[in-house]
Ligand binder design. Structure first.
Ligand SMILES: O=c1ccn([C@@H]2O[C@H](COP(=O)(O)OP(=O)(O)O[C@H]3O[C@H](CO)[C@@H](O)[C@H](O)[C@H]3O)[C@@H](O)[C@H]2O)c(=O)[nH]1
Length: 288
């Protein structure tokens, strides 16, 4: 087991399934993967005296916030969740709070509430390679652009937004990675749990992302308007100022850069990581 073989002081838990719509169809799978895995990990950590834990949570724990309550802060209410995926994140946050209350001088737990991470590393060598049918907007958009999928469904045209499509706080995945690096220096100041919003603070509609992606790939995206997707919230974006104050982190990359980097990854890797052995053998060393 890794805990016996290595001298571990901090665990980052990135595991789990992550599709809102899919979770409404497969709740047992979500409860099994997204909660049992983290519980087992925490048990092993305690047995091996590892105190520092960073949990990948999600903005979905805020449920569907009132438009008057945006941008959303870490202190705003959580738990009124719209789908099983979100409930698993919320229940795991509850477990972490309970652990910290039980042993306040032992655990040092950072909960990162990601908004919508998208994009790829600017080298075009590291990106998302979904197995099977992707559920999220950006990989689907990229698949339409490369011709792997005929058309993009746009879920909802009657939300109260400038173009009728839902608003999200899309954040470049490299900015998310950088936020994690910042946490490592901060554990000495943490007792119990600390929660951070990891977003840009700016809301974009699904249409904004489609238009930005069309510019990145230089071609129109075939689309069709569909009804609302179960479990979707109309509008959410965050106040990320706590992460800036405590961790010295803020998002630096725009939504146009997210699209450009994602498109570079797809054009350089049309078969995803099927060719990953080539990457390993090349001795690639990517700097963050
Ligand atoms: O084919 C698609 C897929 C999505 N959307 C819309 O695009 C937006 C974003 O959807 P998606 O990319 O699936 O993200 P979310 O449902 O907002 O949830 C994502 O973002 C959360 C916050 O980080 C994560 O916790 C979840 O894992 C992740 O699925 C939503 O308005 C969807 O309705 C479409 O219009 N068509």
């Amino acid at each position: 087991m890794a805990f016996d073989r290595f001298n571990i002081d901090t665990v980052f838990d990135f595991t789990g399934r992550k599709a809102v719509g899919e979770s409404t169809q497969l709740p047992i799978l979500y409860y099994k993967y997204n909660m049992n895995g983290t519980m087992t990990l925490l048990k092993c950590m305690r047995e091996h005296d590892v105190q520092n834990f960073v949990f990948s949570s999600s903005c979905t724990v805020y449920g569907a916030p009132s438009p008057d309550n945006l941008p959303i802060k870490e202190t705003d209410p959580v738990g009124c969740c719209q789908c099983p995926y979100a409930k698993c994140k919320y229940f795991t946050e509850c477990l972490l709070q309970d652990l910290a209350q039980g042993e306040p001088d032992y655990w040092r737990i950072i909960i990162m509430r990601y908004f919508n991470p998208v994009g790829a590393h600017e080298s075009g060598m590291i990106g998302e390679d979904p197995r099977g049918d992707p559920q999220n907007l950006m990989p689907k958009l990229a698949q339409v652009a490369v011709g792997k999928r005929p058309i993009l469904n746009i879920y909802g045209e009657d939300y109260e937004t400038k173009d009728g499509s839902p608003i999200r706080d899309y954040i470049h995945v490299v900015d998310v990675a950088k936020a994690h690096r910042k946490t490592i220096k901060n554990f000495q100041d943490i007792r119990g749990t600390e929660v951070y919003n990891i977003g840009t603070g700016e809301g974009k509609t699904a249409w904004d992302m489609v238009k930005a992606f069309e510019i990145a790939c230089g071609k129109p995206i075939a689309f069709q308007m569909c009804g609302r997707r179960p479990g979707d919230v109309p509008k959410i974006y965050c106040d990320p100022s706590k992460a800036e104050k405590d961790l010295g982190w803020r998002a630096e990359r725009s939504h146009t850069q997210m699209c450009a980097d994602l498109w570079r990854f797809y054009t350089l890797n049309p078969n995803g990581y099927q060719d990953a052995s080539v990457l390993r053998e090349s001795g690639l060393n990517i700097e963050y």
